[in-house]
Design a protein. Structure first.
Length: 459
């Protein structure tokens, strides 16, 4: 099916953070958009208010008539949808054109200049930062993001006058192999999604293949510690970046008083006195990658300096809910051991001397089984750890795989406790916290409003 043949689009898994950005893109173009999601949420409510026709029961009979014309309806699905999904089975039996979300994003990178961010960690923040930098510059951009930006309250930005599209390049299910970037950053390549890839070598090979997809005349900006075999096409320029070394790096770094300021050293022109709008140390690295891509797209030093200072962050990415001398509360999407390690170390650096308590909800049985020792090591950097049951997402339980695995492997010097998710609010009411961070990619974040209300009453 050619793009010009599409008259309507139906999304299976419409409420996902990445899928919803595509819904908004096609609704903005005036196309009928509908779909299914397992559960209603604040995001799906907003999508319905914007014109999407959504429902929440897996029943082919509920598919509106608008989306039953197989000659002109494209069905887009997320890999998280289970194999026995009834609506997907109906669409297949009826012969509809069915594609992954990543395929549609790939089409966009063929019709516009794709600026993509890949990596095990840092994708969402770096992509959102880049989108903000370009949106605040003369360059502009369209953007499909993996989180809700605090600057704009959305995961989608539209600029009909810009040639650039900013996309988060997701390695899950090899989705990023559909993309054809004009320029891309690779932030990291720590093994993950081994339920998909099987081995670390296969995971790293997927990133190697991704580098072959950068268009001739484009650029790769890669964090200097990432060790993958590059397969660049002729005419692609490769740059390295790092916090203190690389083609792009920081100098004159100053951290203190709730601020982080540094100079960007760049082969495309240095940018002095860069101040982070979200002053946590990992955003130095994220910011360097974002500024490199922004410079490649044509943003100038003054535009970059001003936009970096005003970047407000992304929901659930080092997302502060309370920040007072008495108590600090934040939510962080960290769900991989290295992300958790970086999160806690950043908190140690910015909030030196404060007692750090984490409530962590592991995400996926397979990830817990593969990395429970690494999770235990990372979490042991905190002073106090509470572990809830595993959030299954798309998976069925695995025999013997529970949060107890992480608990048993943790350092004896850390106060630790298993707690049921339904008892978290009671725990927060009973305990005193200095700095509390809610970690994980599951649904524990749904309780953040109540947690914040409890702690605000004491602040």
């Amino acid at each position: 099916m050619n793009f010009e043949d599409i008259k309507s689009i139906y999304f299976v898994g419409a409420g996902g953070i990445g899928m919803s950005a595509l819904l908004r893109y096609f609704m903005a173009s005036g196309m009928p958009v509908g779909g299914y999601d397992k559960t209603p949420s604040e995001l799906t409510k907003r999508l319905e208010e914007e014109g999407a026709q959504l429902h929440y029961e897996d029943d082919p009979c509920l598919i509106p008539e608008t989306f039953r014309d197989k000659a002109h309806t494209l069905v887009v699905y997320t890999p998280a949808i289970p194999a026995d999904h009834k609506e997907m089975a109906w669409f297949r039996a009826e012969g509809f054109e069915i594609q992954k979300r990543a395929y549609v994003l790939g089409l966009l990178t063929r019709s516009a200049k794709g600026l993509c961010v890949a990596g095990t960690h840092g994708k969402t923040t770096t992509t959102s930062m880049l989108a903000h930098l370009l949106h605040e510059s003369k360059v502009g951009c369209n953007a499909f993001l993996g989180g809700i930006t605090k600057n704009y309250g959305t995961n989608y930005l539209l600029d009909e006058n810009s040639d650039y599209v900013v996309i988060e390049a997701d390695e899950f299910d090899r989705s990023f192999h559909h993309l054809r970037p004009f320029a891309t950053a690779i932030t990291s390549a720590d093994p993950d999604h081994l339920d998909i890839y099987g081995t670390e070598a296969a995971y790293l090979e997927s990133f190697s293949h991704y580098t072959s997809l950068v268009q001739p005349g484009g650029a790769l900006v890669i964090e200097e510690s990432v060790k993958i075999n590059l397969k660049l096409q002729e005419g692609v320029t490769c740059y390295t970046y790092g916090r203190t070394s690389g083609d792009f790096h920081a100098e004159n770094l100053k951290i203190g008083g709730g601020r982080i300021v540094f100079d960007l050293i760049s082969p495309l022109g240095n940018v002095t006195d860069v101040e982070l709008g979200v002053p946590v140390s990992i955003n130095i690295d994220n910011g360097i990658a974002a500024m490199a891509l922004a410079q490649l797209a044509g943003a100038n030093a003054e535009e970059i300096r001003q936009a970096m200072k005003t970047f407000a962050g992304v929901g659930r990415r080092f997302d502060f809910k309370i920040k007072t001398d008495k108590v600090v509360l934040l939510s962080d999407y960290a769900h991989h051991p290295e992300e958790i390690r970086q999160s806690i170390l950043s908190l140690r650096e910015v909030f030196e001397g404060r007692k750090i308590t984490t409530i962590f909800q592991p995400h996926l049985y397979s990830r817990t089984n593969d990395f429970y020792r690494e999770f235990a090591e990372a979490l042991s950097l905190a002073d106090e750890v509470y572990l809830t049951e595993i959030y299954p997402a798309r998976e069925l339980p695995m025999p013997g795989v529970t949060s107890q695995l992480i608990y048993d492997a943790m350092s004896d010097g850390v106060k630790k406790q298993l707690v049921e998710k339904d008892n978290v609010l009671e725990l927060v009411k009973q305990e005193e916290f200095d700095l509390l961070v809610i970690l994980g990619a599951g649904d524990l974040d749904n309780q953040m409003g109540d947690i914040a209300a409890i702690l605000s009453a004491r602040a």
